[in-house]
Design a protein around this ligand. Structure first.
Ligand code: MIG
Length: 770
């Protein structure tokens, strides 16, 4: 009933029952799927009354067993009472999942909160963080419908239940939660470094309706000197919502549009849906039929569902050949027209309806949606025949469907692979980028995925609303994604549905300035959310918020490079850095970017201050330069400020905001808080190609120490394979010590005191020459 083998020192594979369907790890080509057979000195197992006890260096970590019942199997794993359970992919509510039951079935989730379960991206993965070591994580290698009871039925048990005869699980064990997560990321896929522009500010709207409108938006950003790196085209750029087409009247010359934008320093990102319109003469449909590329509902019959274009068929991404075909379509219709990034939507897959008896409703839903009339959708859904769903909701995606994939000549029912459909599309998109220009970094934004999608794509949290609650809840939602291995993540800044207000948008821009992915997006029929829509006062404040992002770009980029090297996420819950401080396990309205910058956003209207928990450490307030913490402090936050803190013995890199991510970081400010010694990693590369993999990057480390009134800075050059964009490095000791004399590599340096902060200027050439 239960078998095991070791993957490496920290990881074991457990099989309960007899698995029937191809494992996602294989289908997705995750590193863990090909690593097998090694032994472990630290892990061992023992049998105990039908349980498999798992020991880490002789000490029990957890117990696992499989239980079958009525065509289902449950894999049960014990959790000590003192531990927290995080993860499960994208989820709403508190980060600690204990005491609740969840569903794994990727859907279009318009409910968002608080009862929104399941969500767009469910990953059957739980991270068990214990204040006292060891910690562990489990990934169930199954892509179908699953229910996860996290210590609800039994407070010391997680139960994964699926409608199949067997399950494969991977168990990751280590002394710290950081090591567990890092091991998990290593074995499910390390992130490929994205282009620098992916970290800039992105402007989106459902939809900018013509090439002229897009250009006027881009020009407005430049005129008003608001930095911008990308503009998104939502579904209306297509001809009748047919994928891989361009509307001949509104977007007649995509190459010219993308070229004109590029000249302004702005990239174009286009949406791509998965439904292919059933229409004779439409080449994507015709070609797909010839290739037998679509999901079937019976032996000859095609599976048909209703989405934007009306009746649609769906590419069968389980098949390699179909993925290659999709990749070719992305190349020839998007990338070769000058599109820089692709935005994969509706790939759960989300389908409005499949049943014939609700066909009419589905078509009406499409109509209401394209008019942006949400009340009409709500009404239709209320009135929709209840029969549309086996799993409880009329919203498709939760329906039990008669749909079949083809894998290695065999038919695989959709319900056993549903949750990896989007992840497979991401693989196709990645392939497109690689085959188009293999040395250029890719940018893929996907709404869904599975374990490992974090290595190839960014994800956003789907259709939130313009309300303070969704601003606030985006933080635990994103941190939960971080703890599930994702690094490039963001929520729609300003809120997607409903009407934003200037204060909400401003506070969201200040928060979004520290999301790894910073995108303003809003729906049809809602108040416009471009930064200039609320008058001069707000424009100035919003511009300042977006510039804040650009001044922190060096910190964000360099921290991203470090995070990738360490297989850790960029946006971190406090607990990941301060596991010895148990209060930090429950803090959900603050986070760290990298290991040194603490961000405490304002999440309420009218607030001009907030309580901030500063975990076990001293912190330098980035704005006032006072040294604070550990413990609770009151942070001032007038409308133009978001509370930020620099961790002791570390440094945060900033620069002057330019107009896009392509502007040089010159000078580069090293905001250090040595107590007594801070270390700063300096890094730069071309931001666009993969040449950094072959050594084309600059890297150096600064040691910044304070001894009485002496500031000692030492540099160590790690690599000079690229000429960095900064010529001058300004070291600022932001904890305001009294410094009179400074030395850089034993050369005397002048100290300038600016607002009580001692500053020392170093030429990059001095660092290079050592
Ligand atoms: O059913 O393409 O989450 O970002 O603007 C809605 C239109 C379809 C959902 C995405 C949203 C996008 C919208 N899409």
């Amino acid at each position: 009933m239960i078998k095991h083998s070791f993957i490496d020192e920290n990881v074991m594979k457990i099989v309960v029952g007899r698995p029937e369907y191809p494992a996602p790890s294989k289908l997705l080509g995750l590193p863990i799927a090909i690593k097998e057979g090694a032994g472990s000195k630290s892990l061992s197992i023992e049998e105990l009354n039908g349980w498999m006890r798992i020991l880490w260096r002789g000490r029990e970590v957890t117990k696992v067993r499989g239980v079958t019942h009525q065509g289902c199997i449950s894999l049960e794993i014990t959790v000590p009472e003192a531990c927290y359970v995080y993860g499960l992919g994208e989820r709403y509510g508190e980060m600690n999942r204990k005491g609740k039951k969840f569903t794994c079935w990727n859907v279009d989730q318009p409910m968002h909160l608080p009862l929104g379960d399941p969500t767009y991206m469910c990953i059957p993965y739980a991270l068990v963080a214990c204040p006292k070591a060891p910690c562990y994580a489990i990934l169930i290698d199954y892509g179908g419908y699953m229910e996860i009871d996290v210590c609800k039925e039994n407070k010391e048990l997680i139960k994964f239940t699926a409608g199949t005869k067997g399950l494969i699980a991977y168990l990751f064990v280590a002394d710290t939660v950081r090591d567990v997560l890092s091991k998990y990321i290593d074995l499910t896929g390390k992130l490929k470094l994205p282009p620098k522009w992916a970290l800039g500010y992105h402007q989106s709207r459902y939809s900018y309706l013509s090439a002229d409108e897009v250009l006027s938006i881009a020009r407005r950003f430049r005129e008003l000197e608001i930095p911008l790196d990308a503009i998104y085209l939502d579904i209306d750029y297509m001809d009748s919502y047919k994928v891989f087409t361009w509307n001949p009247d509104k977007f007649p010359e995509p190459e010219i549009l993308s070229k004109t934008l590029m000249d302004l320093g702005v990239r174009l990102v286009t949406i791509l849906d998965v439904g292919v319109k059933v229409e004779r003469g439409y080449s994507v449909f015709e070609e797909g039929i010839k290739r037998e590329a679509f999901i079937k509902s019976g032996s000859d019959e095609l599976f048909v569902g209703y989405v934007w274009p009306g009746a649609c068929v769906f590419p069968d991404f389980l098949d390699d050949g179909v993925r290659d075909w999709w990749a070719d379509l992305i190349v020839s219709n998007l990338l070769s027209k000058g599109v820089s990034g692709v935005w994969l939507d509706m790939n759960e897959p989300a389908i409005f309806s499949i049943n014939d008896n609700v066909k009419e409703t589905a078509l009406k839903i499409c109509e209401c949606l394209s008019l942006g009339d949400t009340d009409c959708i709500a009404k239709l859904l209320r009135e929709a025949p209840a029969k549309t769903s086996t799993y409880g909701y009329p919203w498709l995606g939760k329906q039990r469907v008669r749909a079949y994939h083809r894998y290695k000549g065999k038919s695989v029912p959709h319900e056993h692979v549903h949750n990896i459909y989007g992840a497979l599309e991401v693989i196709a998109a990645y392939k497109a980028f690689n085959s188009f220009k293999d040395n250029v970094r890719s940018f893929i934004l996907s709404r869904t995925g599975w374990a490992g999608t974090h290595s190839l794509a960014a994800v956003w949290t789907g259709d939130n609303q313009s309300c303070w609650e969704h601003l606030r809840s985006s933080i635990p939602e994103l941190l939960s994604l971080s703890l599930s291995g994702f690094t490039l993540i963001g929520a729609d800044v300003g809120g997607f549905e409903a009407d934003t207000t200037p204060e909400l948008l401003l506070r969201w821009l200040q928060l979004g300035a520290f999301y790894p992915l910073f995108r303003n997006h809003s729906s049809k029929g809602t108040v416009r959310q471009e930064p200039w829509c609320f008058g001069m006062k707000w424009l100035n404040l919003m511009r300042e918020a977006i510039r804040l992002r650009y001044s922190f770009l060096p910190h964000i980029y360099v921290s991203l490079v470090k995070s990738i090297r360490e297989s850790l996420p960029l946006m971190r819950p406090l607990m990941l850095e301060f596991p010895d401080d148990e209060l930090s396990f429950n803090i959900e309205n603050e986070f760290l970017i990298g290991d040194s910058l603490l961000v405490a956003p304002i999440t309420e209207p009218g607030a001009r201050a907030r309580a901030v928990y500063l975990p076990r450490n001293a912190w330098a307030n980035f704005w006032s330069h006072t040294v604070e913490g550990p413990g609770w402090v009151l942070a001032n936050s007038p409308l133009n400020k978001i509370p930020l803190y620099v961790r002791s013995n570390s440094a945060v890199l900033t620069t002057k905001a330019g107009r896009s991510s392509a502007d040089p970081w010159d000078p580069l400010y090293v905001n250090a808080f040595p107590k007594p010694v801070a270390e700063a990693m300096l890094y730069d590369d071309d931001g666009e190609t993969n040449n950094y993999l072959r050594g084309a990057f600059f890297e150096a480390v600064l040691h910044i120490g304070v001894k009485n009134d002496l500031l000692v800075i030492k540099s160590r050059l790690v690599r000079k394979g690229y000429a960095p964009s900064f010529h001058e490095v300004v070291v600022r000791v932001i904890s305001r010590p009294r410094i009179r004399v400074a030395r850089f590599n034993s050369i005397c340096k002048e100290v300038e005191i600016v607002n009580d902060v001692p500053e020392v200027v170093i030429r990059t050439s001095e660092i290079i020459s050592g």
